[in-house]
Design a protein around this ligand. Structure first.
Ligand code: SF4
Ligand code: SF4
Length: 437
C-alpha cells in the first residue's frame, strides 16, 4: 500500500513504524474472512482492511479521531486473527495499538463512555480495589437488567460478569516456592491482576505442577499488572508505566539469583509482556532490559510441554474441548503446546469448530461491547457443544469467565487439569460438577 507521510511526520518513530506496517498491506482482503467483526457485521469498515484504511487516513492527515471512525476501531477485538491470515505479514497489533493511543489523545468520548473506561482502568489493574468492587458488585447484580434498560449496557455487562462469590486471596509476592527434590529450574510467575482475584487457583495449580517437577517458583517483589488492559484502551502512559514496573521487578530477579523464564498463565498478559521490548523500544533506559524480559516470557503451556517431563497419576480420561485463546493462538502463535501437554497428561483433546474465531472476551471488550461479545460467546458455546466435551480448557482467564457465563460445562485452565493428572486436586469447576466425572 502506498503511503504519503511527510519527512517531518516520519521523524516520529511511532509514525515511521506505522508507515512500515501500512506499506506491507497489499489490500488483498484475505483477512476479512477470518475477522469476527466482519463475519458478524459484514461491513468493510469493521474488517481489518477497512480499519487499516481508516487508520492510514487519520495518521497521514494528522487528523484527530472522529465519531465516524472511532466506533469501527472500538469494535475491533484485538483478537489478531487477521495477523494469522495475512500473507504479507502486516503487524496489525502494533498498528491498532498506535491508533487506540491516537484516539485516546485526540477524541473526547461521550461522558458515560469516559466514566466507564475510567472505572475499568482504575479498578481492574489493582487487585485490592478490584476485590472490594467485586464484593459491591455482588449486591448490585440484580440491578443489571435495570442498567440495561436505561442504556448503561457496559455497567450491566460488568455486573453480569462479576463472579457470584469472590474466592479467597491467592498467593501474593514477594515469595519463593522451593522445588521439591533436586532443583532443575527457577522461574518467575506473573501473579497478575484480574486473574489473581477471580481465579487464584490457576496460579496455585501452576506452582504445584512446577515445584512437584523440580522447578523453583518466585513471585517477584514489585511485580504488578502487566498493563494489557490499559494498553488496549489506548492509555499509553499507564501501559508503559506498568511495563517499566515489571521490567524492574524481573530484572532484579535476573540479576539476583537468576531465572530461566518468566511464566504467564493468562495469555492476554503473555502477549503484552512478550511485546514489552517493542513497547519500550524508544526508551533508552529500558529498551534493552525490556527486550530481555520479553525474550524470557513464556506461556505456562510452552514451558511445561517443552521443559518438564510430567509424571502422571491415574485419573479419568476426560474429553477436553480445547478453546484456543486468541492471544495464545494468534498473538503468540502457540497452538500445539497446550493440546500436546493435555494429551500427554492422559486427556482426550478435541478442537473446537471455527476455533480461530474469538469468544468475545478480548480483555475489556465484553464490558465495552457487550452485544457483539455475547453473539461471539453464544457462537463459541454452540461450537464447543458439537464436540460433546466433559470439560472445556482455555489458557486465558478472560476466555474462561466469558465462556463459563454461557454454558453449564465446566471451564478450567489447562494447568488445572495437568495439576490434577500429576497428583494435585481435582479442578474446582469439575468438583462442583461431580456428575461430569
Ligand atoms: S490480509 Fe494482510 S495484506 Fe491482505 S488486506 Fe489484510 S492486512 Fe492487508
Ligand atoms: S484484530 Fe480481530 S477484530 Fe480486529 S481487525 Fe483483526 S481479526 Fe478483526
Amino acid at each position: 500500500m502506498q503511503t504519503s507521510f511527510t519527512l517531518v511526520q516520519l521523524a516520529d518513530p511511532d509514525i515511521a513504524a506505522a508507515d512500515k506496517i501500512l506499506r506491507a498491506c497489499v489490500h488483498c482482503g484475505f483477512c476479512t474472512a477470518t475477522c469476527p467483526t466482519y463475519v458478524m457485521l459484514g461491513d468493510e469498515l469493521d474488517s481489518p482492511r477497512g480499519r487499516i484504511y481508516l487508520i492510514k487516513d487519520m495518521l497521514e492527515n494528522d487528523r484527530p479521531a472522529t465519531a465516524d471512525v472511532v466506533p469501527h476501531l472500538d469494535r475491533c477485538l484485538s483478537c489478531l486473527s487477521c495477523m494469522t491470515t495475512c500473507p504479507s505479514g502486516v503487524h496489525y497489533m502494533h498498528l491498532i495499538d498506535h491508533a487506540r493511543a491516537h484516539v485516546e489523545e485526540t477524541f473526547r468520548r461521550p461522558v458515560i463512555d469516559r466514566a466507564v473506561r475510567a472505572v475499568i482502568a482504575r479498578l481492574l489493574p489493582n487487585p485490592k480495589l478490584f476485590r472490594r468492587s467485586l464484593l459491591g458488585a455482588f449486591f448490585m447484580k440484580p440491578l443489571a437488567p435495570l442498567f440495561d434498560a436505561i442504556g448503561l449496557k457496559p455497567l450491566a455487562a460488568m455486573l453480569r460478569l462479576a463472579p457470584a462469590k469472590v474466592p479467597p486471596r491467592g498467593e501474593q509476592g514477594p515469595r519463593v516456592f522451593p522445588a521439591q527434590g533436586e532443583r532443575r529450574g527457577r522461574v518467575a510467575l506473573l501473579t497478575g491482576c484480574v486473574a489473581s482475584v477471580v481465579a487464584p487457583h490457576i496460579n496455585a495449580a501452576t506452582i504445584r505442577v512446577l515445584t512437584r517437577h523440580g522447578v523453583e517458583v518466585v513471585l517477584a517483589e514489585g511485580e504488578a499488572c502487566c498493563g494489557a488492559l490499559v494498553h488496549h484502551m489506548g492509555r499509553q502512559a499507564a501501559a508503559l508505566a506498568a511495563a517499566r514496573t515489571n521490567v524492574d521487578a524481573w530484572i532484579a530477579e535476573i540479576d539476583g539469583e537468576g531465572i530461566d523464564s518468566i511464566l504467564v498463565t493468562a495469555s492476554g498478559c503473555g502477549t503484552t509482556i512478550k511485546d514489552y521490548g517493542y513497547m519500550l523500544r524508544n526508551d533508552p533506559a529500558y529498551a534493552t532490559k525490556a527486550k530481555t524480559v520479553s525474550g524470557l516470557a513464556r506461556d505456562v503451556s510452552e514451558y511445561v510441554n517443552k521443559i518438564i517431563n510430567l509424571t502422571t497419576v491415574p485419573h479419568p480420561s476426560l474429553v477436553v474441548a480445547y478453546h484456543a485463546a486468541c492471544s495464545l493462538q494468534h498473538g503468540q502463535k502457540i497452538t500445539r503446546d497446550p493440546k500436546e501437554v493435555l494429551s500427554k497428561s492422559g486427556f482426550v483433546v478435541k478442537d473446537v469448530p471455527d476455533g480461530h474465531l474469538c469468544c468475545g472476551s478480548a480483555g475489556t471488550y465484553n464490558m465495552l461491547q457487550p452485544q457483539l461479545a455475547r453473539t461471539l460467546r453464544d457462537r463459541k458455546v454452540a461450537n464447543i457443544a458439537k464436540v460433546a466435551p466433559d470439560v472445556i480448557a482455555a489458557g486465558n482467564v478472560g476466555c474462561i469467565t466469558q465462556i463459563a457465563a454461557g454454558t453449564d460445562i465446566p471451564v478450567v485452565h489447562p494447568i488445572e487439569l495437568i495439576d490434577w493428572a500429576t497428583g494435585g486436586p481435582m479442578p474446582g469447576a469439575l468438583s462442583r460438577r461431580g456428575d461430569a466425572v
